[in-house]
Design a protein around this ligand. Structure first.
Ligand SMILES: NC(=O)c1ccc[n+]([C@@H]2O[C@H](COP(=O)([O-])OP(=O)(O)OC[C@H]3O[C@@H](n4cnc5c(N)ncnc54)[C@H](OP(=O)(O)O)[C@@H]3O)[C@@H](O)[C@H]2O)c1
Length: 301
């Protein structure tokens, strides 16, 4: 039985569907079981659980031999502040997995994590990596770059397709790597099913790097429109991060990230080494955008 924490999310739902299609037994954890109705239909056991409720994590891990976690609360507030979910909650999940005798724990971290990252969320991911390594559990750590679904589409291109315009945060001179969640999902499945990936940390990225502006141009070019692109200067993003910090810590964090100089928080990735070790066809951003355009055209019919 494979427990998936974050089973309703962009990555977790793809991994759950693929595992079910491969005939694996899947337990899908969510705070809101109705959100996992599609997975239930596909044969998953759906269990209610919350990373801030340690008792629910003990129940979720009971009888699971493997755990895949793809949950986060980067934008969370109140009881779901990032430190409670991404730090304390993940450590509690690792403890629960250990108590339940789980044989392999696959953790989704993030590319660029380090103990001295300027961004607290990236330091938290590093801390949890260390906690997992010290737990005695077999582990695999995945460190993917920015998902196309969020960082190319939801935060940028979607609005170009819908309204012909987008607003970007920061200077926009920084090359960023974008990876499709379905490609990250392939690594998660490999980690869960191939014992050679035990006790390894994998850096995962897409085929190319783009600035956010280049992503906006690409959406415009492929959709045949000239998008209007506005920018929030880093100084304004920094001021917003300070103003929002106490009551919107998640949005404050995003503003802060976009106020940093490019070299303080690099996001480029070279996939050569990864592809030498794991030869595969990665999704190009152009292909991903064409799919979003086709989806939209299909929905408009
Ligand atoms: N998105 C990116 O660009 C990106 C890039 C690199 C790494 N990552 C990492 O990849 C992983 C998956 O990201 P994603 O973008 O696929 O996530 P997502 O779509 O934002 O979904 C978040 C998931 O986390 C679960 N979750 C949030 N708070 C929870 C809580 N208190 N208890 C239990 N579950 C909770 C949600 O489940 P319910 O709401 O159903 O409870 C949901 O399934 C995360 O670890 C993230 O940090 C993401």
């Amino acid at each position: 039985m494979i427990l998936i924490v974050g089973s309703t999310g962009t990555l977790g739902s793809r991994v759950a569907r693929q595992l079910l299609a491969d005939g694996q037994r899947v337990r899908a954890m969510t705070r809101t079981p109705e959100k996992a109705a599609d997975l239930k239909q596909l044969g998953a056991e759906v269990i209610q659980g919350d990373l801030v409720n340690a008792a629910s994590l003990n129940r979720a891990c009971q009888g699971a031999d493997r755990v895949f976690v793809a949950a986060h609360s980067i934008l969370g507030n109140g009881k779901y502040k990032s430190e409670y979910v991404d730090d304390v909650g993940h450590c509690a999940l690792i403890d629960a997995a250990k108590r339940a005798g789980v044989s392999h724990f696959v953790y989704t971290s993030v590319y660029g994590t380090s103990p001295d990252s300027p961004v607290d969320f990236f330091r938290t991911k590093y801390k949890v990596e260390q906690y997992l390594k010290g737990s005695g559990l077999n582990f695999t750590i995945l460190r993917p770059t920015a998902f196309m679904e969020d960082h190319a589409h939801n935060f940028n291109g979607k609005s170009i397709l819908e309204k012909g315009k987008t607003s970007l945060l920061g200077n926009d001179t920084k090359p960023r790597n974008f990876v499709a969640a379905r490609d990250v999902s392939k690594f998660a499945i490999m980690a869960l099913t191939d014992s050679k990936l035990k006790n390894r940390t994998l850096e995962i990225g897409g085929p190319q790097n783009f600035t956010n502006n280049e992503v906006a141009e690409l959406y415009g070019k492929l959709a045949g429109i000239t998008p209007r692109v506005s920018h929030m200067p880093p100084s304004v993003a920094r001021a917003m991060s300070v103003i929002l910090k106490s009551f919107q810590p998640g949005i404050s964090r995003i503003m802060y990230i976009n106020s940093l100089p490019d070299d303080a928080f690099p996001e480029a990735f070279d996939p050569t080494r990864m592809l030498q070790q794991f030869p595969m066809q990665l999704t190009a951003l152009q292909e991903f955008i064409r799919e979003r355009i086709a989806e939209r055209n299909g929905a408009a019919k």
